[in-house]
Design a protein around this ligand. Structure first.
Ligand code: GLY
Length: 377
């Protein structure tokens, strides 16, 4: 099978790497038997619809389903209509009522944009004043959602959907704040690990993700792609923090390498609306650490040479997925975006996978490089 993957981040490099075990990777969608769309922006803009209309087999939802990520207010409506547990919330198009609603919540307060913000449009704060200020600032660019903060460990459950069935991949956990110790602003994700002990992904898919897919179907939406359930494992059970409509980044980098079998065939069945295969995962543990450049998650510095990538990649149990790396005419690798490199360690235990990832991180350097020191700890 020939597969084209749209997108060029760490997630897409991991996708190409795992798909290439059983399929030929091609550049152009028109040359492919299957097109896998990585990022949310083209999905929300309707690329999957366009490619399907030209006769291609596509893994990724159409613009109707991608609205789940494009509009958090609509996502909440879908969840509420299906009785799926999520945080108490209210949507606002202007500042009227914002302060009053925030005052009615016990805190922490969660302020989310109802427009795309590349995983960086969320503030979680204990400060009522900071919450009001942030809500007002975000409202200058579009609508917002205000939510009651939930407590508990987070979980990412990626489910592959064929329009009717939502099939869980192995669970993973992301680390979304920029700083070690879970401090600082939210990011797209600074590192992840898989598996997550003591979590039954199939049970959560049955209780939460399948009813979401059913609710989409009731609205006439034939959702073929990934439903990414961002969950909080609260004392009252799992609740939805967010849905994304594509593979997670960096969760994909620790989930898909553990996929046992033919990923291309699996995604192709889902894209065709007839998912028969059941996924299984090899037993080892994966940890990925994101190396980010100066300024991330704000405006970033780029163009700096990256040292040590090749040396790091030779270490035992280490895999590097480049995320924002550009090579100049002399072949020198340079930083080209906020999240630059995913450094992955794999081993029989999570502790050893973590040790390997951080040993490889020590080999790599570039100006302004920063990373979390507590991924999977
Ligand atoms: N890692 C979070 C995301 O993919 O949105």
């Amino acid at each position: 099978m020939r597969v084209a993957v749209i997108g060029n981040g760490g997630r897409e490099h991991a996708l190409r790497s795992v798909l290439s075990r059983t399929a030929e990777i091609v550049e152009r969608p028109n040359d492919a038997d299957l097109v896998v769309i990585g990022p949310e922006t083209p999905l929300i803009a309707g690329l999957a619809d366009e490619l399907r209309a030209s006769g291609l087999r596509v893994f990724g939802p159409g613009a109707d389903g991608a609205r789940l990520e494009g509009s958090k207010a609509w996502m909440k409506e879908v969840l509420q209509s299906a009785g799926i547990p999520t945080a108490r919330h209210q949507a606002f198009a202007d500042a009227e009522g914002v302060a009053g609603f925030l005052e009615s919540l016990p805190g922490p307060y969660v302020i989310k944009t109802d427009y795309q913000a590349a995983g960086k449009g969320v503030l979680v704060t204990d400060s009522l004043v900071a919450a009001v200020d942030d809500a007002r600032a975000k409202l200058e660019h579009g609508g917002i959602i205000i939510e009651e903060g939930m407590t508990g460990p987070e979980l990412t459950l990626l489910c592959v959907c064929d329009g009717r069935r939502a099939v869980a991949l192995t669970p993973s956990r992301d680390h979304k704040r920029v700083g070690t110790g879970d401090v600082g602003p939210m990011t797209g994700g600074m590192g992840a690990f898989s598996p997550v002990e003591g979590v039954d992904g199939d049970a959560i898919a049955k209780a939460i993700v399948q009813p979401t897919l059913d609710a989409l179907r009731q609205r006439g939406i034939d959702y073929r792609g990934v439903l990414y359930a961002g969950l909080m494992l609260t004392p009252d059970g799992p609740k939805v923090v967010e849905y994304n409509v594509r593979f997670g980044d960096p969760e994909t980098q620790v989930v898909l390498p553990r996929f046992a079998g033919d990923l291309a065939a699996f995604l192709s069945e889902a894209a065709a609306g007839d998912l028969q295969a059941e996924p299984s995962f090899i037993d080892d543990a994966w940890v990925t650490v994101v190396l980010a450049t100066e300024g991330y998650p704000g405006p970033v510095r780029t163009g700096d040479p990256i040292r040590g990538l090749d040396e790091a990649a030779t270490l035992e149990g280490v895999t590097i997925f480049e995320a924002a790396v550009a090579r100049d005419g002399d072949g020198v690798a340079r930083t080209a975006g906020g999240r630059v490199v995913n450094v992955c360690g794999s081993a029989a235990t999570l502790a050893e996978a973590r040790r390997r990832a951080y040993a490889a991180v020590e080999q790599i350097s570039f100006t302004g490089m920063h990373y979390r020191k507590d991924i999977a700890s």
